[in-house]
Design a protein around this ligand. Structure first.
Ligand code: SN0
Length: 315
């Protein structure tokens, strides 16, 4: 593996699950791979799980790690080419990226969607510049349109909890006070499509995700109908794709509560975290035995380690 930005970068779902199993069973068994190697993690946005789990994963593999929170610790970085840099951004990505690349063997980047410029976000202009100019492999720690380390961890978690071979997995939109990216939802759909699970996506009208992700996927606008017989409920808010970045609804009746969970096949409840309690999910659901959000978060270390291992083995 050269870079990791989407499900297309893994050899196959089966192999990805096999590598995850290996690192989970023996986290410190591959330490020689990262000997004298350094991973730099670059954050343009906040993080709790991604920062800690990716750093831990790299350390498990014997790597040194450095973290830069660009907006707090470093110069603000310009990303547009051809601009006169007379504003508040003293350095361009065009220099910053190869400089960062010169200090390390692997870069992790988190750069959320702007939610202002759809075309720039959906062309993945920031992470693509890292891939073009870093000179070392690049791992997405959530880019504008995808969050593949999360989806990989979600896949591992579903495999660990499923009671039937082909579970029914439902991705449901839920309300949120702010406009959030589509990345987690897009990526979850993209990974689930590579499995043989039954996938249903439910959301209010107007929240349709991009066709490039949704081709062939069942959409059910009636949330309760979608929940019927589900084995996994994955809740996530996202802002509108077509009315780009807009919050069209804060309809609290879409909150995942016990009454809706009762329609499912004793489904497990999933969310990538951070989660807004009693907006996205009621306390009673997230505090129930069926909530597996902590297992998902724990598997972030596993997915990150599996990805870094595959990249180091190819270097
Ligand atoms: C991010 C998102 O893409 O939705 C990261 C999820 C892993 N979530 C948020 O920014 C939530 C922030 C909030 O205000 O709740």
């Amino acid at each position: 593996m050269k870079n990791f930005t989407s499900v297309k970068d893994i050899p196959s779902i089966e192999e990805a699950l096999q590598v995850a199993k290996e690192v989970k069973e023996n986290p410190y068994g591959f330490k020689e791979l990262g000997d004298n190697k350094t991973m730099i993690l670059i954050f343009f946005n906040s993080s709790l799980r991604t920062r800690l789990s990716t750093q831990k994963a790299a350390m498990n593999l014997g790597m040194n790690t450095m973290v830069l929170n660009v907006n707090q610790d470093g110069w603000k970085l310009e990303s547009e080419l051809g601009v006169v840099m007379d504003g508040d951004k003293p350095e361009h990505l065009r220099e910053a990226i190869p400089v960062i690349g010169s200090y390390c063997d692997l870069i992790g980047v988190r750069a959320f969607a702007s939610l202002e410029d759809k075309s720039s976000d959906y062309q993945e202009k920031i992470i693509q510049q890292f891939i073009d100019y870093a000179g070392v492999p690049v791992v997405s720690m959530e880019a504008a349109t995808r969050h593949p380390l999360q989806s990989y961890a979600d896949l591992i978690t579903i495999e660990e909890h499923k009671k039937v071979d082909r579970p029914k997995v439902v991705l449901t939109w839920a309300p949120h006070p702010r406009a959030l990216p589509q990345a987690v939802a897009n990526s979850f759909v993209e990974w689930m499509k590579e499995t043989d699970y039954e996938l249903v996506v439910t959301h209010p009208k107007g929240y349709e995700l991009a066709d490039s992700f949704m081709e062939g996927v069942t959409v059910e606008y009636d949330q309760k109908k979608a929940f019927e017989g589900a084995d996994f409920i994955y809740a996530k808010n996202w802002s509108a794709y077509h009315d780009y970045g807009q919050v069209l609804s804060k309809d609290r009746s879409w909150c995942v509560d016990q009454e809706k969970m009762a329609l499912t096949n004793d489904a497990k409840f999933m969310h990538c975290l951070p989660v807004r309690r009693n907006m996205i999910v009621s306390d009673s659901v997230i505090d129930s035995e069926n909530a597996i959000v902590i297992d998902q978060a724990a598997n972030r270390e596993v997915s990150a380690q599996a990805v870094i291992k595959m990249i180091l083995e190819d270097q």
